[in-house]
Design a protein around this ligand. Structure first.
Ligand code: ADP
Ligand code: ASP
Ligand code: MG
Length: 410
């Protein structure tokens, strides 16, 4: 018998009425003969509300009380799972719900950003064998020290794909509030189109670059265990998007598959450094030792024999990065340091761009025409990332979307 894992996001279970609609869909799938595991997110904005409550108790609960925060945040999914189990039973189908801990979603001990290490699916399987639908609270697990952990915002997708991998499910369906993965966030770029099929690598690149329709870890796990992921709307019967391994002939003539963006980036420029790679290595080591993650790095020689180093970090890390770079500039007797915050990082993603000339040219011409300045760039074999002023984020997305014909017929 086919085993399907379905995941329903916050909007999809945002009210008792919607929970009843989801229950009806699950019951129908069960009656068609499949074994069904359902992963559920917290209702609507419940996670934001719980977080806001914690912030009324103290300023930085994530840093000050990570263990208690995880216990608090995990409550959102518990509410949804229990209500959904009741609603499915009201449809005449046997169902029961499990917390992440009961479902043995074993994670590392990193509170508010844990990674799943193992899923011991025995208990879930036993209940499936009894003919029941099993509902599992998304976004949460338990560490080997038996502490409740959460997987980072958007983490219910990861619970679902990890369960699908552990159970050997035939597919994992991600039901959300849009009809699949689009060429850009459809709420930002109205001309964005649904992508019928996308490969894991491209989806991972979009997800890590800000396309929150899928949690990046979920895509990673899907790729590793070859779980086909089907992103669909919970409000209709559309075809959605199938995320699978790359197959011959898949979108081969497209240069670009999609765009993603994320604000909250900042750039630091260190001027007048001594020549050579040593200062760059030193600054990167110091930042790494402080746990500051660096995105883009560009080093340039100047005519006066000194060197200039530019690097970009997340804005939250700016105070720490500034202090570290400032200290180094002083140690080395360099000229000074400049910063530019309020930047957005745009990613142009597509397996088709590899080895194809003219992608940069098209992007820069389009941005130049709109007067949008680029403050940094980096590349991988399937993506180009550009930094622009956050105020230009939407305009840049729209002009690139058009320049690469992403809105056209597929
Ligand atoms: P859920 O609560 O179902 O997990 P999310 O809010 O996490 O839903 O993700 C769905 C949202 O992702 C959409 O409403 C959409 O605004 C946003 N999004 C960003 N990029 C994309 C994209 N490329 N395709 C589709 N949706 C996207
Ligand atoms: N409820 C969690 C969040 O809002 C997890 C999820 O929805 O995937 O981030
Ligand atoms: Mg989500």
């Amino acid at each position: 018998m086919a085993l399907i894992v379905q995941k329903y996001g916050g909007t999809s279970v945002g009210s008792p009425e919607r929970i009843r609609q989801v229950a009806a869909r699950v019951a129908e799938e069960r009656r068609r003969g499949s074994d069904v595991v359902v992963v559920v997110s917290a209702m609507g904005e419940a996670t934001d509300e719980l977080l806001a409550l914690a912030c009324q108790i103290c300023e930085d609960p994530r840093r000050r009380h990570p263990r208690e925060l995880d216990l608090l945040l995990s409550a959102g999914e518990r509410v949804a799972m229990a209500l959904l189990a009741m609603a499915i039973r009201e449809c005449g189908v046997e169902a029961l719900s499990f917390t992440g801990s009961q479902a043995a979603i074993i994670t590392d001990g990193v509170h508010t950003g844990a990674r799943i290490e193992e899923v011991r699916a025995t208990r879930v399987r036993e209940e499936l064998d009894r003919g029941r639908v099993v509902i599992v609270a998304g976004f949460q697990g338990v560490s080997r020290d038996r502490e409740v952990t959460t997987l980072g915002r958007g983490g219910s997708d990861t619970t679902a794909v990890a369960l699908a991998a552990a159970l050997g499910a035939s597919r994992c369906e991600i039901f959300t509030d849009v009809d699949g993965v689009h060429t850009a966030d459809p709420r930002r770029v109205p001309g964005a189109r649904r992508i019928p099929r996308i490969d894991y690598d491209e989806m991972l690149e979009l997800a890590t670059s800000g396309a929150k329709v899928m949690h990046a870890r979920a895509v990673e796990i899907g790729a590793r265990y070859r779980v086909p992921i089907h992103v669909r709307s919970s409000f209709g019967e559309g075809e959605g998007t199938l995320i699978t391994a790359r197959e011959a002939g898949m979108m081969e003539d497209l240069v670009l598959t999609g765009l993603a963006s994320e604000s909250g980036h900042a750039r630091l420029t260190l001027r007048g450094l001594p020549p050579g790679m040593a200062p760059t290595a030193q600054v990167l080591s110091r930042l790494a030792a402080a746990g500051v993650s660096v995105d883009m790095v560009a080093q340039a020689d100047r005519p006066d024999g000194t060197c200039q180093l530019q690097l970009t970090v997340r804005e939250e890390a700016l105070p720490e990065a500034r202090a570290i770079c400032g200290a180094l500039v002083e140690d080395l007797g360099a000229e000074g340091i400049e910063e530019r915050a309020g930047l957005a990082r745009l990613a142009l993603v597509g397996s088709g761009m590899h080895g194809r000339p003219g992608v940069y040219a098209r992007a820069f011409e389009a941005l130049l025409e709109k007067g949008i300045e680029v403050y940094g760039l980096s590349t991988s074999s399937i993506s180009i990332a550009l930094l622009v002023d956050a105020a230009n984020e939407t305009a840049a997305l729209e002009c690139l979307h058009e320049a690469f014909g992403l809105g056209g017929e597929r």
